[in-house]
Ligand binder design. Structure first.
Ligand code: GLN
Length: 448
């Protein structure tokens, strides 16, 4: 009944938000029936719960497009490890969610298929790249979704739609079966309407996976264990760079108010500095684009998806398939990345970016010697208008100013609703120590 009700709700609301690329209704109802027959035990709180999946996560027998023409007809023959875990938890995937093409973007407008709308105001973007994952949860289509975050793609759309989004520590969740954008930065994470659901979902998808070479062996605690509301004595840091230039006044106000709430709950809040965070965007666009240019080489018109018909020889197959199959933002990243990796420029760009990445990480290490969590805005602005920034890549890139340093340092970061500005949701970003998502959830639960 729950699965059917969810599918009905998706059908009613889809024309308003356009968050799904594929709805896997038959498969979902079949699975729901099987779970009914088996019976639901109390020990598994997620059994029978519908979930939506970002369309860059590989799903066996369910179309997986990464929102690209290149993969418009890709029907995988295997499941990502997170999907194995979703099925083990008896959760029911109901469909694949819209996103920026290959997760490159901050508004979901680079999707080949459709433009998803912000759940609060249909004239605004849902954020990105996990815009479909965020809007679907915020619009009440599904209670939980999976997104991916390379430079902010879970936290920024969560912030724009007033929901909870967690990017776990790098290595916490297996990347096996996540269509790679930037392998040293990508992480999958849950998006939900509240903190407790988020913690439950992260419990379900975490853990070591031998199929992912960077999967971490760290043990997985019960992330719901610390949800008591008691954060007395917690040490909270507020970086001054996170309230500086480029951050809207209304967002700053909401974050300062959040800081007061933490104080009233018995935590201490002190100003700190992350002096190298201002280089985050520059470093990110070199590293992420370089890795992307290499990862996307596999889309050659032969092994996967789209193949141009307009060919005379082998060279045409490669060139025309890629020229016709990739959108403009993906091509921009491939060019940026290929340039930064090329002989003569490697030392000046890719190598240098790696060095500055280390400095950014060391800033965080220093702060975490004294503090338990860091807070700040998830995004410098609230949701902007559809079409407003799509022709201005630099403005679009700057939207991830405050999320990118967290990926570069491999840290966990989440966005929690923190009120409104200009009638639209503001997200509070909480950043934690490596593998200490528990403390973040504890703080977020007390705050929400
Ligand atoms: N907006 C950033 C980009 O375009 C981040 C995307 C992401 O996290 N996948 O690369």
């Amino acid at each position: 009944d729950l699965t059917q009700a969810t599918l009905n709700r998706i059908n009613e609301t889809e024309k308003d938000v356009d968050s799904f690329i594929t709805i896997s209704d038959e498969k979902a109802l079949e699975q729901a029936k099987a779970i009914d027959l088996k019976g639901i035990t109390e020990s598994n709180p997620l059994a029978g719960i519908p979930i939506g999946i970002k369309d860059n996560i590989v799903t066996k027998d369910i179309l997986t497009t990464a929102a690209s023409k290149m993969l418009h007809n890709f029907n995988p023959i295997y499941d990502a490890t997170v999907m194995d875990k979703v099925y083990q938890a008896d959760m029911i995937p109901v469909g694949k969610l819209n996103m920026d093409e290959f997760a490159m973007g901050a508004s979901t407008e680079t999707s080949y298929f459709k433009k998803t709308k912000n759940a609060w105001d249909h004239s605004k973007v849902p954020g990105g790249s996990s815009g479909g994952s965020a809007a679907a949860v915020a619009a009440g289509q599904i209670p939980v979704s999976l997104g991916s975050d390379t430079g902010g793609s879970i936290r920024q759309p969560a912030s724009f739609n007033g929901i909870v989004g967690m990017k776990p520590t790098y290595g916490r969740v297996s990347r096996f079966g996540l269509i790679a954008f930037s392998s040293s930065l990508d992480q999958i994470g849950p998006m939900t309407r509240n903190v407790q659901d988020n913690a439950l979902a992260l419990n379900a998808i975490s853990g070591f996976d031998e199929k992912d070479g960077t999967s971490a062996g760290a043990s997985v605690p019960d992330f719901t264990a610390g949800l008591t509301g008691d954060i007395k004595g917690m040490k909270v840091a507020l970086p001054k760079e996170y309230l500086g230039e480029g951050v809207d006044a209304g967002v700053r106000e909401a974050v300062l108010k959040a800081a007061e709430t933490f104080k009233s709950l018995g935590a201490t809040v002190e100003e700190v500095s992350l002096p190298h965070s201002k280089y985050g965007v520059a470093v990110y666009y070199i590293i992420a684009s370089s890795e992307a240019s290499s990862n996307l080489q596999r889309f050659d018109g032969i092994r996967y998806g789209y193949r141009s018909e307009n060919v005379k020889n082998l060279e045409d197959v490669y060139v025309n398939s890629r020229s016709e199959g990739f959108g403009i933002e993906v091509k921009r990243r491939i060019m940026l990345g290929t340039f930064s990796l090329s002989a003569g420029y490697y030392d000046a760009y890719f190598k240098k970016a790696g060095q500055v990445r280390t400095l950014i990480k060391q800033d965080f290490d220093t702060v975490f010697e004294k503090y338990d969590i860091i807070i700040g805005p998830a995004s410098p602005t609230v949701a902007f208008g559809l079409g407003e920034n799509i022709n201005d890549p630099i403005t679009m890139y700057m939207n991830d100013l405050l999320t990118i340093p967290v990926n570069l340092a491999g840290l966990p970061g989440m966005s929690v609703p923190a009120g409104f500005s200009e009638g639209l949701p503001v997200g509070l970003q909480i950043i934690g120590k490596p593998f200490d998502e528990s403390t973040m959830y504890k703080a977020a639960y007390a705050f929400e």
